[in-house]
Each structure stands twice: as C-alpha cells, then as structure tokens.
Write a protein that binds this ligand. Structure first.
Ligand code: MEV
Length: 423
C-alpha cells in the first residue's frame, strides 16, 4: 500500500507520530515513548524548537561539551562544543592547555566580505547590456536602500556591484556579482533580500533572471590562527624529530588529496562543533571551507607548518562566514549561552575562536597520528563508553583502564574482563 500522504504538515504532532507509527514502525509501538522522552517538559521551550523547522516530532540530543584553557590573543576562553565523536572535546582541551603555556593561539581576521550573485541570461548585444548596467547601477543600489539602511548604520552594506560576462563558459550567461559586508550577522537573509531586489529592478524583457542567491564560497571572509614556539619547548623525548614528522604529516596533506580530505575532516571536527554550539550554519561553513581547500586547483590541507631557526610554526587559514547576532544565535537559548560563555564575541572574534578550535583539533590529530597512533585515544573513550553502559564504579573504571592500557579494546573483551572483575 502506498505511503504517500497529503497534508502531513497540517496534522498535530501526535497525529504525525501515529501516522508514522502505523506506516513505518508497525512492529514497534514504543516509538511514541522514545519520541516523547525527548520532548521538553517546558512547553514554551518545546514550542520554540518545534517552530525552527516543519514537521517537528521530537528533539535530537547531541552532547554539549566544553573545552577550557584556550588562550587566544592573550585572552582566556572556555569553548563550547556540540559533537558526538567521543575524542573531540578531550583532544581540544588537551591541546588548549598545552599551548596555553607556550604563548597561546594568535588569530587574525584577514578579510570579512561576502558575495552574492544575480544569475541571468541575455541574448542581445553585449555593448547594450554594459550600457544598460552602467546607466542602472546607481538605481539598483538605491532600490535596496530600505534593506541596507540598518546594515549601513552598523558599518555594513553593499560594497560593490559589477557585471560579469560568463558567456565563454555558458552561452548567454551573465551575472551581477555583488560584494557585501554584513558585520556581526552571517547575513544570508540580508544578502538574499538585496539580491532579489536588485534582480527585480534590473530585469527587462531581454534580461531573464535565473536566480538570485548568496555564495557560500567566501574566500574573502578569511581568518588565520597560529601557534608557534621554539622546537625544544614542544616537549617529549625528541622534540626536533617530533616537529619534523609533524611537518611531514602536514606536507603530505598539502599534496595528497586522499589524506587532505581526512586531515581537513579532523579540522572540521573542531570547527563544526563550535559552529553548532553557537547556532551558526555548519553546512555553509563546510561547503566554504572545502571549496577553499581546492583554491590551488587540487584539494589540499587547510593547515600549514613551518620549521625555521629552531622555531616551530603551525597555522590555519580558513574562510568562515559566521554571525553573532540574528538567526538562531539569538533564538536558541543554548546558542545564546554559548556566545555568553565566549564573552559575547563579535563575528570577527568568533571567526578567530572557531579557526583556533580547528587548528587545535588538527594539532591533536597529527600529534596522535605521528606518535602513538589515533586508536589509543579513541579506544580509551570507547572503553569509557562501554564501562558507563555497564554501570562501572570509579574504582572499577580505574582498574579496567589500567588493564586495557596495552590491550585491544573490543566490546566482548571489556564485558568479559568486567564480569571477571565483579566476580
Ligand atoms: C577523525 O574524526 C579525524 C581524524 O581522522 C583526522 C586526521 O586523520 O587528521 C583523526
């Protein structure tokens, strides 16, 4: 029987669950209980979350953790992270503490502009289009005045508007390429509203608008974060060997796309976790970061490493279009709390904090990969998860950790050893 339904969105929450239960969970009547278990007892708070999207039937929890001890540009931070991967927060915390005694992280915003485009088709004479654009340009900008007024008061607005001829790539295809400054807001709504207004004012019977939309490629909304110290301060038995191997690992990611994707994925473990915690758009951040990673023509590392004059330097350069006002940042109570934890940063400060989280995560991954390997840390967290499931006491956990220090952690091995211990 077909399961296609009309008017699903008009059903009440319970009706939606009943329909799902009947059609997709026929043998699992307990789904209602599971879904209801995650409803918030505070009805107002639940209603707020219900309204973020359509067809909300419950909430999906992710852990909200904190990585303390970050020092960025001389200022101390505890960084909120929303992530399900067990080792991410522990790794960030460890690296933050390590670098806090070596000068901390230094971060600089290199640029803050964003791009939006009106894509259109024009089949007439090029000179006529250029003449029309030049004659209309001021009028197009003026048409957005009611939208840009507030943004201009905050120091932002439209910075540039140019006509781009793309007909060599696609027949009759042109763009209005618009540069924006959106200050502390991510600016997606602002940019898209401006673009649609410009498109409406620009359209003629000969100019066929295809679409108007911001670009999530933001190579000029760029931040750099770095750490550096004398090689001898890196610690360990042989700091120079460590530094050289670490640099090799970065160089491999710079030239080998298979490695670069995983390397950058590790960076995004840190970046996305803070982006989520602060109510920002992690899909936009991901898309922009990976596009930037291909700017040389081949997918490459977002971090870089240099060793010179006995000095170790490790840095990231990444585009981050973020907001600290508007959108979910003020609507979601936890996003607001995260921004408060970060001392109410401007968008520029948040760019610095988030780039730092990415760099720290990459440092942790490369540190582990080039020394003990990644599994040791992961397995410890895996072991703790299993022990928590088994209801182990603190003493039992300690004993089990010691026992598995030099053994492979598998679920059955942990259960067997745990049973032995209890018996
Ligand atoms: C796992 O989530 C991330 C790593 O694979 C990153 C890396 O390999 O650099 C550990």
């Amino acid at each position: 029987m077909s399961k296609i339904i009309s008017g699903f969105s008009k059903l009440s929450k319970q009706e939606k669950i009943d329909w799902l239960s009947k059609n997709y969970f026929a043998n699992q009547p307990e789904i209602t209980n599971t879904l209801q278990q995650y409803w918030n007892a505070d009805k107002e708070l639940q209603a707020l979350h219900d309204d973020f999207i359509e067809n909300t039937i419950s909430n999906f929890y992710l852990p909200y953790g904190v990585a303390p001890n970050f020092v960025i540009n001389g200022r101390d931070y505890a960084i909120p992270m929303v992530v399900e991967e067990s080792s991410v927060v522990a790794a960030a915390s460890k690296v933050a503490k390590f670098w806090s005694t070596r000068g901390g992280f230094k971060a600089t915003v290199l640029s803050t502009t964003k791009i939006g485009q009106v894509h259109f088709i024009y089949k007439g004479k090029k000179e006529d289009l250029h003449a029309y654009f030049n004659q209309q340009k001021e009028h197009l900008l003026a048409a957005t005045a009611s939208i840009t007024k507030n943004m201009e008061k905050r120091g932002g607005g439209i910075l540039d508007l140019v006509l781009v001829d793309k007909t060599d790539k696609l027949e009759h295809y042109y763009q209005l390429h618009v540069t924006f400054e959106t200050v502390d807001s991510m600016g997606a709504n602002f940019i898209n509203s401006c673009l649609e207004t410009i498109a409406k004012a620009f359209r003629t019977p000969d100019i066929e608008i295809v679409m108007s939309i911001l670009s999530n490629y933001v190579p000029n909304c760029l931040v750099r974060a770095e750490v550096s110290c004398p090689i001898k301060d890196l610690g360990g038995e042989n700091p120079r060997e460590f530094a050289e191997k670490f640099k090799q690992a970065v160089q491999i990611a710079e030239i080998e796309p298979y490695r670069a994707v995983t390397h950058n994925k590790g960076i995004m473990n840190g970046i996305d976790a803070v982006v989520l915690a602060t109510g920002n758009d992690f899909r936009a951040i991901e898309a922009g970061a990976h596009a930037y990673a291909t700017k040389s023509g081949s997918y490459s590392s977002l971090t870089h490493c240099q060793i010179s004059d006995d000095q170790f330097k490790f840095w990231i350069e990444i585009p981050l279009a973020l907001g600290t006002v508007g959108g979910l940042t003020s609507l979601h109570p936890m996003a607001k709390l995260s921004l408060d934890m970060l001392q109410k940063p401007s968008a520029k400060e948040l760019m610095q904090i988030i780039a730092t989280a990415g760099l720290a995560q990459n440092y942790a991954a490369l540190n582990a990969l080039t020394t003990s390997g990644i599994q040791q840390g992961h397995m410890k967290m895996h072991l703790m998860n299993i022990l928590n499931q088994l209801g182990a006491t603190a003493d039992e956990k300690e004993e089990m950790l010691a026992y598995f220090k030099d053994k492979t952690v598998t679920h059955s091995a942990v259960v067997d050893r745990f049973n032995d211990l209890r018996n």
